[in-house]
Design a protein around this ligand. Structure first.
Ligand code: ZN
Length: 268
């Protein structure tokens, strides 16, 4: 992966970022469905989106990401019940993550894989925060779909070394979290162990140092927030704090900011 000079934005990269952002709004809209229905074991395809209060199906014009929510001023057109601001926020967050992937990679065959990665991490984090589960229905498609997309990128770029690193990264991250899970099953659930294979896959694609950095950032963020909640007495020592969102945030940070962090840590 060619290092780009800081502060210069190539036109092709800007185009990729804009396309990713628009795609992100649409994908964010789908993630809202995933985040609501997957923990409830409902289909993500049928039925079409409906108001959780009155059950009216959303018309096309009321299903435009962010815009519809703003036009309706956050209320259902039929019954007037408030619609959570979480819906447009998830759409905006997805768009922001996608733009960041576009800016980070530019015209690179690995972009589709990393878009899938970030979309899944957002859905997994929000579900884990609310329900304390990391659904297999998201983790497995991301792992196998992600591997397929990265294998395609490796073939198109003739970059099999990166795919090899990705496979090693997945195995290493998985084994480390498995050991932590076996030592402390209550602190680290098996959902986190499964998720770690996905994290290791994508971080390994960038380089094995990124796997270490993502692992460190995830645990660092988890420790800082856990300690802060303990000090603020928002949570007792025995309360469960879901770990998935911290692992996800650590991985996102490692992907987006890993290159300057590693350069700072290991100056050449
Ligand atoms: Zn309604």
């Amino acid at each position: 992966m060619a290092e780009k000079a800081p502060g210069t934005l190539r036109p092709v990269t800007a185009v990729v970022a804009v396309v990713c952002g628009v795609l992100g709004l649409a994908v964010g809209s789908f993630l809202n469905v995933v985040i609501y229905r997957v923990p409830r074991k409902e289909s993500v395809v049928r039925p079409r989106s409906h108001c959780p209060n009155c059950g009216t199906q959303l018309a096309e014009r009321d299903n435009i990401p962010v815009v519809s929510w703003l036009l309706l001023r956050g209320r259902c057109r039929t019954c007037g019940e408030p619609i959570s601001a979480r819906y447009p926020l998830v759409e905006l967050a997805t768009a922001a993550l996608f733009v960041a992937v576009g800016l980070r990679f530019g015209a690179d065959w690995a972009v589709p894989g990393f878009l899938l990665f970030f979309a899944s991490l957002l859905a997994i984090s929000l579900i884990d925060l609310e329900h304390y589960i990391i659904p297999n229905r998201i983790v497995y498609p991301t792992l196998f779909g992600g591997f397929a997309l990265l294998a395609l990128a490796a073939a198109l770029d003739d970059n099999w070394k990166a795919l090899e690193r990705a496979a090693i990264g997945a195995a290493v991250f998985w084994v480390i979290l498995l050991v932590i899970h076996l030592v402390s099953p209550r602190g680290m659930g098996f959902g986190d162990v499964r998720l770690s294979a996905v994290l290791g896959l994508f971080l390994g694609w960038l380089g094995l140092r990124y796997v270490g950095l993502g692992f460190f950032l995830g645990f660092f963020l988890g420790a800082v927030v856990g300690l802060a909640l303990l000090i603020l007495r928002r949570r007792g020592r025995k309360d469960h704090i879901p770990f998935g969102p911290f692992l996800a945030a650590g991985a996102v940070l490692a992907v987006l900011a890993g290159s300057p962090i590693l350069a700072w840590y290991q100056p050449r």
